[in-house]
Design a protein. Structure first.
Length: 128
């Protein structure tokens, strides 16, 4: 008798594959449109190549996930902070990721791209 094994990804993998790239994409868009930074400068700030920035801005990368409006507003705020002081990029990205996690948005992404995991997870969003 064989049992069917259901493969799933850890929430951290979902974050790495879908959420972080989507956040970087939105920050790159804000820095490019609102602050007129070059691809090279944006790449340096976000720790990615200028070709990755180009792929984000041309919708060739990180286009599967639609960021909710309330998160986009937070990303816009973070982009302002980052444009003023690029050394704050890591702190701002972590702030956005925490908002995504605590708002339950991460669970929605996991539900979409990680079929069946929520029945095993029983994770309640952490509203700290």
């Amino acid at each position: 008798m064989t049992s069917k094994v259901h493969m799933y990804s850890l929430p951290q993998e979902i974050e790495v594959w879908y959420i972080i790239p989507a956040v970087r994409k939105e920050i790159a868009k804000c820095l490019y449109k609102n602050h007129k930074l070059t691809y090279e400068k944006i790449g340096k700030i976000l720790g990615i190549s200028k070709s990755a920035v180009c792929q984000y801005l041309c919708n060739k990368r990180a286009s599967k996930l639609k960021i909710p409006k309330n998160i986009k507003k937070e990303i816009e705020k973070s982009s302002e902070v980052i444009a003023d002081d690029e050394k704050k990029a890591l702190i701002e990205i972590q702030r956005i990721l925490k908002i995504i996690k605590t708002s339950g948005c991460e669970c929605q992404v996991c539900k979409k791209y990680n079929k069946g995991i929520l029945s095993k997870c029983n994770m309640e969003p952490n509203y700290e």
